[in-house]
Design a protein around this ligand. Structure first.
Ligand SMILES: NC(=O)c1ccc[n+]([C@@H]2O[C@H](COP(=O)([O-])OP(=O)(O)OC[C@H]3O[C@@H](n4cnc5c(N)ncnc54)[C@H](O)[C@@H]3O)[C@@H](O)[C@H]2O)c1
Length: 281
């Protein structure tokens, strides 16, 4: 039974995973590169839990205990006693590979290393470690405390025992897991991102306004958010990075990122987080 997890990255996803883990009673060691990033992650956790306190879904005492189970650190070495590690740093193969190389040396050999990557090959990341059988994709959805799904991604060498332990951990964290095999974008982003990209093409070609396209998908297809609203929520830079992974991974022009998406990212219009994306905030 796992009681301590390590998390690398205290951003949107890392802090969300830490919160859900600690709320499920796990001890969490959360690492980021600076105190400033850790503080921002802890503030996000505090804000999210406070909402539950305000709505009487959590007591002040329980909130205090959850926060106390999270140990922030800037030292990767502090993850040496973790029994399971989840990486959630920026979507960058080189950065992630370096972290896994280090984690492979720091953690005990039996420890499972998991990546929350949205699209990077699990098989490729696993290959930088000496334990590709104990390596897996654990793709949480944003916002982590709200979304039920974890897409569990089996790499080429992932063992059955690793899959079972990961599924058990996801269940203990209150999540429902769905199993997929390693392939560019897995299933979630293989299906979602081309839809978002196509919606941006429809704006680019003047087929309809952004508002019209989102209304059609909400009212006509029952999507809770339109694809363009959702793109701004995810981050247009993230959407572009994932389209590039699909495009390169399949060598197929059907995944070509829309020039308008590239233009927005070049302009620094990254969505909600930058105040402007497809829409202005
Ligand atoms: N945002 C989403 O909607 C979403 C959803 C599912 C999966 N993901 C994936 O989760 C991962 C993280 O995304 P995010 O949105 O949380 O990004 P983010 O930018 O909010 O956070 C990334 C964090 O990683 C930290 N970091 C960078 N290098 C580090 C290192 N060497 N050690 C420790 N920390 C380091 C950064 O300082 C930052 O705080 C990515 O792989 C992304 O593709 C994102």
């Amino acid at each position: 039974m796992i009681s301590t997890i390590g998390i690398v990255g205290a951003g949107t996803m890392g802090s969300g995973i830490a919160q859900v883990g600690a709320r499920a009673g796990l001890r969490v060691v959360m690492r980021d590169v600076s105190d400033e990033f850790l503080k921002r992650g802890l503030a996000a956790i505090d804000k999210s839990l406070q909402r539950d306190v305000d709505k009487d879904r959590l007591t002040v005492e329980a909130k205090r205990e959850i926060v106390a189970r999270i140990r922030p650190t800037t030292s990767l070495d502090d993850l040496r006693d973790a029994e399971f590690v989840i990486e959630a740093v920026n979507e960058d193969l080189i950065v992630k590979s370096e972290i896994f190389r280090q984690l492979d040396g720091i953690t005990r050999p039996g420890v499972i290393l998991a990546s929350n990557t949205s699209s990077i090959s699990i098989t490729k990341l696993a290959a930088v470690t000496s334990r590709p059988d104990r390596f897996i994709g654990m793709h949480f959805m944003n916002p982590v405390p709200v979304m039920k799904l974890v897409e569990i991604v089996r790499g080429a060498a992932t063992s059955v025992a690793t899959y079972d332990a990961t599924q058990q951990l996801a269940g203990a964290m209150g999540k429902i897991s769905v199993e997929v095999n390693d392939s560019p974008g897995f299933v979630s982003n293989r299906v979602l991102m081309p839809m978002i990209n196509e919606a941006i093409f429809a704006v680019y070609e003047g087929v309809g306004t952004a508002g019209a396209i989102d209304e059609i998908m909400k009212l006509g297809m029952n999507h809770p958010m339109g694809p363009l609203e959702l793109a701004d929520f995810i981050g247009l830079d993230v959407c572009l990075a994932i389209m590039n992974v699909l495009y390169d991974g399949f060598d197929d022009s059907k995944y070509r990122p829309c020039p308008l998406l590239k233009k927005y990212v070049d302009a620094g219009w990254l969505g909600r987080k930058s105040g402007r994306g497809v829409y202005q905030y």
